[in-house]
Design a protein around this ligand. Structure first.
Ligand SMILES: [Zn+2]
Length: 179
């Protein structure tokens, strides 16, 4: 699952389109495990257009995600322990999924601690990028100076699942089918 975004200038002309989606882009780690690529819209001086770029989250953000997941898991387990029949297979299954989730956070932390380079353009790998405001308001085109606005946003899946090295460079030869 990804988001498709298009930007247009004040004359209504589309100036960029891109896809953001941490489920459609992964880092592939040395042990073969996957880690999600968090993304943001940025201007890339190499591509000379707006692109999906890496967003390198702080460890505290990963910790906050895990704390939230633990809370939600606790609520869910409490619900299953309610007055209705407890379904042991369901409990077991959710425990398994939760363990997978925790392993994912541990992988994200290990990746973040080892990451050396600054965020990159996910198209060309350049670090010459300028992240845009998260809400994508008051964006100026760096070349024309025109103010841009969002023309279109929708859910879309990319046709392929893109893989990157832990330093954010494309693994063109190791792409997997899209999700
Ligand atoms: Zn680029």
């Amino acid at each position: 699952m990804a988001f498709y975004l298009a930007l247009e200038d004040c004359t209504g002309q589309q100036v960029a389109e891109l896809w953001l989606g941490h489920r459609d882009r992964s880092y592939i780690m040395a042990d073969g495990g996957y880690c999600p690529v968090f993304q943001q819209v940025a201007w890339c001086w190499e591509c000379r257009t707006f692109v999906a770029a890496e967003k390198l989250r702080d460890l505290s953000e990963i910790d906050a995600d895990e704390a939230q997941a633990r809370k939600e898991h606790g609520w869910f387990q409490d619900t299953l322990r309610g007055p209705n029949d407890v379904q042991p297979w369901l409990m077991k299954n959710t425990e398994f999924l939760f363990a997978e989730q925790l392993a994912g956070y541990a992988r994200q932390r290990a990746w973040r601690r080892s990451r050396q380079s600054p965020p990159r353009c996910l198209e060309c790998g350049s670090t010459r990028i300028e992240p845009m405001p998260r809400d994508l308001t008051n964006i100026r085109h760096p070349l024309t100076g025109m103010t841009l606005k969002l023309k279109n946003v929708c859910h879309a899946s990319m046709a392929i699942h893109l893989l990157y090295t832990p330093e954010g460079e494309r693994h063109v030869s190791r792409e997997a089918p899209g999700t």
